[in-house]
Design a protein around this ligand. Structure first.
Ligand code: GLU
Length: 486
């Protein structure tokens, strides 16, 4: 662990792809937590220098995700902190200036190789290795070709010998032989910088002290470290996060992708997960509290517990069952009104007008693990399911279709003028069971199956009667009696 003697500044620097992969959201969360747990600053920077990959509306997706999850930023688009602009495409001139500075001091060079030449090289070498063809062009030749307007890029001049090391706060010492590194492009022919260059310049200019990002950058970081050194800038602390993996149906573990399930924050919301449940779960994918087994964390609790040295370097496996558990805990923790606010629009859309949707929402509250389960759970309320005689035979309650027909015939007249309210209906059915000698369980079963035509329902017989309302419930019982008689 490194001592932090200056205020921590972290940043989240997504490329606007149009969706927020949960790996990226975890990066944002950890960077945010690191800043918030040290009275630091958190910056949002949009890395959109790959002009071929621009997606309309993508920046909005990023901002919406941060707003919904509560990851507020101190500087970023729309929040000026003196280091803007925070969108890389608006900083084009800055990068050129710094790239030319590197050329002037001998740490970078102009390269005029055509795409065709590079392709031939690629085909011959099998990998995209660049042969440093333009590395030693004479100053005169470079000046002449620039003056002639020849298309060019600027490449980093990686030392040919020696090695470069840096210390990663999670993975420890990382060392790479300089001969294993490419003379990577810093500035492209269209004048835009590459990610490799732009993020280094920006992290420095924005005062970023801790670079938090996915471990896919672990082995390219020595090249970035060399850039810091070339400029004479202090290198930031590096915090690379463990890989996020998914388990396939065959049990095999691989990089988390669509084939494992929803992998973007937006898709998870659409699948009925609550934002804070998702955030809580991903907080624990690669980090765990040091001295307890706490699993449910508010954002404030995460801030209080978070520390870099409790980040693990082992890959984390995204487990959808575990996410379901988190989500059901978060749903249970909602107030009845908060749950209703989320469930009612769905219920109103699928239930006929006679249904007491507020009561139904209350029944569902403790029973769903995601909001997306609701339609399937209430299918029998939205419409009458087909008759199934087998349902009336129940081992536990010792019922048969014949017995259920008897019971329903007996309770039907009592229900006609009952008080239509769960407690009263429950007392009525119990009293009827006691008076008639049927088991209470058998009476409840007969009534529940008659109105639901389904073995598993959210709520028992009398709760369902209440939700369906007198008229619909009695019609269903009459229909059941008819069907049982046939
Ligand atoms: N734009 C890069 C990405 O989305 C950021 C990587 C970094 O944080 O340095 O992967």
């Amino acid at each position: 662990m490194t001592e932090h003697n200056k205020a921590i500044v972290t940043r989240f620097a997504p490329s606007p792809t149009g969706y927020m992969h949960i790996g990226n959201l975890r990066t944002a969360l950890y960077a945010w937590l690191l800043a918030r747990s040290g009275q630091g600053r958190f910056i949002l920077r949009i890395e959109d220098t790959d002009q071929e990959r621009l997606v309309p509306g993508a920046v909005q997706v990023i901002m919406d995700t941060l707003r919904i999850t509560g990851l507020d930023y101190d500087e970023g688009p729309g929040v000026d902190g003196g280091h803007g602009p925070y969108v890389q495409s608006e900083r084009k001139e800055i990068y050129r200036e710094y790239a030319e500075k590197l050329v002037a001091q001998g740490d970078a060079y102009y390269c005029f190789c055509t795409p065709e030449r590079l392709q031939t090289l690629h085909d011959a070498a099998g990998i995209g290795g660049y042969d440093r063809h333009c590395r030693e062009l004479s100053t005169d030749e470079v000046a002449r070709r620039l003056a002639a307007g020849e298309p060019h890029v600027i490449r980093q001049k990686i030392p040919l010998e020696g090695e470069t090391s840096y210390y990663d706060e999670v993975f420890g010492q990382i060392t790479l032989a300089n001969s294993d590194m490419q003379d990577q492009i810093l500035l492209k022919a269209d004048g835009f910088p590459t990610y490799n260059f732009a993020h280094v310049v920006d992290d420095h200019l924005m005062g970023v002290t801790h670079v938090v990002r996915g471990s896919e950058y672990l082995t390219s970081t020595p090249k970035y470290a060399l850039l810091y050194d070339a400029f004479g800038w202090e290198r930031p602390h590096y915090v690379h996060l463990p890989l996020l993996m998914g388990r396939g149906e065959d049990g095999k573990v691989s990089k988390l992708s669509k084939r494992h399930g929803a992998v973007s924050f937006q898709d998870l919301l659409a699948a009925g997960y609550l934002p804070q449940a998702v955030l809580n779960y991903i907080a624990l994918l690669g980090w765990c509290p040091k001295d307890n087994n706490q699993e449910i964390f508010s954002l404030d609790e995460l801030i209080a517990s978070f520390s870099i040295d409790a980040i693990s370097k082992s890959p984390a496996i995204f487990d959808y069952d575990k996410l379901n558990w988190f989500n059901s805990e978060y749903i249970k923790a909602l107030s009845p009104a908060e749950f209703a606010e989320r469930a009612l629009p769905q219920l109103k859309a699928i239930c006929p007008p006679y249904v007491d949707t507020a009561k139904l929402a209350a029944l569902l509250h403790t029973r769903v693990s995601t909001l997306a389960e609701i339609p399937a759970m209430v299918d029998f309320i939205a419409a009458r399911l087909p008759f199934d005689a087998a349902l009336y035979a129940n081992k536990k309650n010792k019922t048969t279709p014949e017995l259920c027909a008897e019971i329903l015939t007996g309770v039907r007249p009592l229900l006609s003028d009952a008080v239509w309210q769960n407690d009263a209906l429950f007392a009525l059915l119990k009293d009827y069971a006691a008076a008639s000698g049927y088991k209470a369980g058998a009476v409840m079963w007969a009534v529940r199956v008659a109105v639901a035509r389904k073995a598993i329902t959210p709520g028992g017989a009398t709760e369902l009667l209440e939700v369906l309302g007198r008229e619909e419930a009695l019609e269903r019982i009459d229909q059941a009696l008819q069907e049982l008689a046939e």
